[in-house]
Ligand binder design. Structure first.
Ligand code: NAG
Ligand code: NAG
Ligand code: NAG
Ligand code: NAG
Ligand code: NAG
Length: 483
């Protein structure tokens, strides 16, 4: 190797090491919250009772610190301050959810609560006036208790009432809101609730209710999508999608069984929702239908516990999204784990998998950015490279430290992985949303689990917000648009 070649090589190496990853112009950054987790004002100004209000008040043991969201971060009163925090960070958009019972106190579209409408109008206007795009989730786990009393998501007609609610919200706010998410994480609100019996509504029905819930959720989503298409798209011109939570499942070993189990884990937790909407079949993944049908038969059920869609329902669900919202947190090693037929069905047994994390993963088992890149590639390959918005990604700690260096690392390496997926793999990802702007009420973990860029003092009546160093890091990343 001659001298010049050597110098050239050194320069190339230096350049590849030092050139920071550029973030494309079109790519947007935001933060997320949900109504129950931050708003408080649980019964303020005519708001009706949701399943989380009911659950926390009636089964306080269902939350580890026996807390509830009655006040939470008090965003119901502190929304102006929150918008200033968002503006300070410089986000392009903020994703938040609307509380169904703040708009429709008894769940039904017959009576709209003007104070609830005013709250969201104020909040949306404040965001828009500060150049922050509002991105709105219609349902983030807070079903009206009145509808729960009718069976909640296991009752297919809840899909009709969801459509009625959605139409009212589109009508009220759609002049300013151009990105809508119908449902957040149906896997969580069906599986955690009905499958494991954790959280609201305190109903357990593993292996049966969990699938009824899933069917209604997909129908509800599709109905809202088509209502927008029919009545609002022409005048409002927005996009409507759904947010699904997806892990990455890496095979535990290279055995055929484990490779199949890892694929099955993704198909049955993520494909369950994405396949009906984004695939050409408009139906559940074949492996899911086949496995639940077979286990149901061996358990002596006369029909599959996974209820089938009618042909007309498949037509309605297929293609019913303008984008796929993706919530991603974790990567797992997944292998096969078949359970014997014992007459006690469950979604877990239907999947026939087991999972754990590798303690040696760097930088840590909770920070596995290559898993997200692989998941984005899986989506691209399987569903013709749909438009993806990452609607949640976040780092959990229990200390609440302001010196949250792990969270800073997390944000950097995950955004870097997303940029690799975009630039090197041509995945059609256009947004990255950090969960969450504030420490909040994390469902059954109450206030013990911290995801925020801002610390919230839940002991103070002021709910004082204090930036962590991750807030500064995220702000700089957005401003410099490079990693
Ligand atoms: C709201 O609930 C609180 C308890 O959390 C109660 O003290 C208060 O009276 C209720 N307010 C209304 C308007 O019902
Ligand atoms: C599986 O095989 C690949 C390619 O040969 C190898 O890189 C990987 O480490 C193997 N995985 C396991 C868990 O053995
Ligand atoms: C299903 O029915 C068969 C025949 O009656 C019986 O032997 C078997 O134990 C039943 N299985 C379960 C899981 O109930
Ligand atoms: C913050 O944490 C890092 C690494 O954990 C440590 O090196 C640094 O000294 C800490 N800074 C402060 C101000 O405590
Ligand atoms: C709450 O905020 C007010 C106004 O900023 C301040 O006067 C008061 O001392 C604060 N109280 C606490 C407990 O932090």
């Amino acid at each position: 190797m001659n001298h010049l070649t050597l110098i050239g090589l050194v320069l190339v190496l230096l350049a590849s090491k030092c050139t920071p990853t550029r973030i494309p112009k079109y790519f947007k950054f935001g933060t997320a919250t949900s109504a129950y987790q931050v708003e408080g004002g649980w019964n303020a100004s005519g708001k009706g009772e949701s399943i989380w209000d009911h659950f926390t008040h009636n089964y306080p043991k269902g939350v580890v610190d026996r807390s509830n969201g009655d006040i939470a971060c008090d965003t119901y009163h502190k929304w102006r301050e929150d918008v200033q925090i968002l503006k300070g960070i410089g986000v392009d958009y903020h994703r938040f959810s609307i509380s169904w019972t703040r708009i429709l106190p008894d769940g039904f579209a017959r009576r709209i609560n003007p104070e609830g409408v005013r709250f969201y109008n104020d909040f949306i206007n404040e965001l828009v006036n500060n150049n922050i795009e509002p991105m709105v989730t219609l349902y983030h786990w807070d079903l009206p208790q009145t509808l729960q009393d009718l069976g909640g998501w296991t009752n297919p007609d809840i899909a009709i009432y969801f459509e009625e609610y959605a139409k009212i919200v589109f009508e009220l706010f759609g002049d300013r809101v151009k990105r809508w998410i119908t449902l957040n994480e149906p896997l969580s609100f069906c599986e955690i609730t009905y499958g494991y019996g954790f959280g609201a509504p305190h109903v357990s029905s593993p292996g049966i209710g969990v699938y009824l819930c899933g069917r209604t959720a997909l129908l509800a989503h599709a109905r809202a999508y088509h209502a927008y298409e029919r009545e609002f798209r022409k005048t409002q011109g927005g996009k409507v999608g759904i947010t699904i939570d997806g892990i990455w499942a890496e095979p535990m070993t290279n055995s055929t069984e484990d490779i199949e189990a890892a694929e099955r884990e993704i198909e049955m937790t993520f494909g369950w929702w994405v396949n009906p909407i984004f695939s050409d079949t408009g139906d559940y993944p074949a492996v899911m239908k086949q496995r639940v049908e077979e286990r149901s038969r061996l358990e002596n059920y006369t029909i599959s516990r996974l209820p089938e869609f009618l042909a007309s329902e498949i037509d309605m669900i297929k293609g019913s999204a303008d984008f796929l919202g993706l919530n991603h947190y974790r990567t797992w090693l997944v292998g096969v784990n078949e359970s014997p037929i014992d007459g006690k069905p469950s979604f877990q047994k239907d999947k026939g998998t087991q999972m754990h994390q590798d303690p040696n993963w760097k930088p840590s088992p909770q920070i596995v950015p290559w898993g997200l890149r692989k998941l984005l590639n899986w989506i691209k390959k399987k569903y013709h490279n749909p438009l993806v918005y990452i609607t949640e990604n976040g780092y959990l700690d229990f200390s609440g430290t302001l010196n949250d260096t792990n969270r800073v690392t997390f944000i950097k390496v995950f955004i870097d992985a997303v940029m690799d997926a975009v630039e090197k793999d041509d995945c059609n990802v256009q947004r990255y949303t950090y969960w969450s702007i504030l420490d909040d009420m994390e469902w059954s973990l109450g206030y013990t689990a911290k995801f925020g860029l801002y610390h919230v003092d839940f002991k103070s009546p002021n709910r004082t917000r204090t930036p962590k160093i991750s807030a500064e890091a995220f702000k700089n990343l957005i401003k410099r648009r490079q990693l």
